[in-house]
Design a protein around this ligand. Sequence first.
Ligand SMILES: Nc1ncnc2c1ncn2[C@@H]1O[C@H](COP(=O)(O)OP(=O)(O)O)[C@@H](O)[C@H]1O
Ligand SMILES: [Mg+2]
Length: 230
Amino acid sequence: MEKFKKSLSMEAYRSLRTSIQYSGIDTELKSLVVTSSIPGEGKSTVASNLAKSFSKMNKKVLLIDADLRKPTIHKKLQLSNQVGLSDLIVQKLNPSEVIQKVDDQFDVLTAGKIPPNPAELVGSEKMSQLLSYLKETYDYIIIDTPPVLSVTDPQLLALKADGTLMVIREGKARQKLILNAYKELKKLNVNVIGSILNDCGQKMGGYSQYYYQYEDQPENKKRLFGRKNK
Ligand SMILES: Nc1ncnc2c1ncn2[C@@H]1O[C@H](COP(=O)(O)OP(=O)(O)O)[C@@H](O)[C@H]1O
Ligand SMILES: [Mg+2]
């Protein structure tokens, strides 16, 4: 696990976690896709830290690396990637043979071998069945994905998940791209529950801060950038 940079970001993750819990009162929010418009915005970082944060709350959490094109979770968490999600979808394996334990409440399903047809795999019926099965075991399933504007994998996964979070890295993607990605998801009726502004503190003294905003707040229709959730 990448160390939290400062206590402030731990606080920000706790606050993000609480926001997700509160927004899941009427609709079940067990499986959450983490995505963004373009690469390098911090999807994998946010996904793994968020999973860790939920597990600290005594919730049983599974982090799935569903970026079958550029998987990084196994590297971040120093896990083996001999077998993983792609193998579980394609072969007759039991999830318990493939899922790795990081600590008591925190399990990880790494990406596995890079397949020639990632979209087909993550969009498959087998993937849906796997998620339904895993939801019986875990309180939260956090799904790391590729960027929306590069491939269709995140959209396909978002349609199978209960909610989707968009990571926006300060100074990375232009607003037009962010809105395009958001529109792509909304076009498919994906439940975008919020956006996280990642790494916005660089200009404010090197802190890593995370912002969260409910998707149904009116100002969010114009801007995806969240305000500080305190
Ligand atoms: N808040 C942050 N502060 C500093 N570095 C960050 C932050 N978020 C991400 N990074 C770094 O940026 C790089 C890309 O992040 P990553 O999570 O792999 O992005 P993505 O999965 O969206 O491609 C990684 O080296 C990661 O450690
Ligand atoms: Mg990534």
